[in-house]
Design a protein around this ligand. Structure first.
Ligand code: CU
Length: 123
């Protein structure tokens, strides 16, 4: 027998399930690798991961997840070499750089040069 109330309840369940599924889908966009872009997290006070190996042509995206201000500044031994510099990054800010040549690319954070040093290795 056709029961409109039951039919309506089933529609509600389907709609609710779709809403839950799409919410999960949105969360999973924050993966480490997304469209060939590799993400490095900046926290207080560290780069995660500190050493990252990527292929030539990869874009690395740094995301400041910390509450303090940080920078992504290229150079060995916390000495700027001028290849890249994010400028001041506050919580939620991002910076991207595409590595078009193989090599080792050390970088650091200008406000925290003693503790925040990391490296991108491009192969
Ligand atoms: Cu810092």
């Amino acid at each position: 027998m056709y029961c409109p109330k039951q039919f309506f309840a089933q529609i509600l369940i389907v709609v609710a399930s779709l809403a839950i599924l799409s919410a999960c889908g949105a969360e999973s966009e924050d993966e480490d690798i997304d469209d060939g872009v590799v993400t490095v997290a900046i926290v207080d006070n560290d780069f995660e991961p500190e050493e990252l190996t990527v292929e030539v042509g990869t874009t690395v995206r740094w995301v400041n997840e910390g509450m303090m201000m940080h920078t992504v500044t290229s150079g060995p031994d916390a000495t700027e070499d001028g290849l890249f510099d994010s400028g001041d990054m506050r919580n939620g800010d991002t910076f991207e750089y595409t590595f078009d040549e193989a090599g080792e690319f050390p970088y650091f954070c200008r406000p925290h040069p003693m503790t925040m040093r990391a490296m991108v290795i491009v192969e």
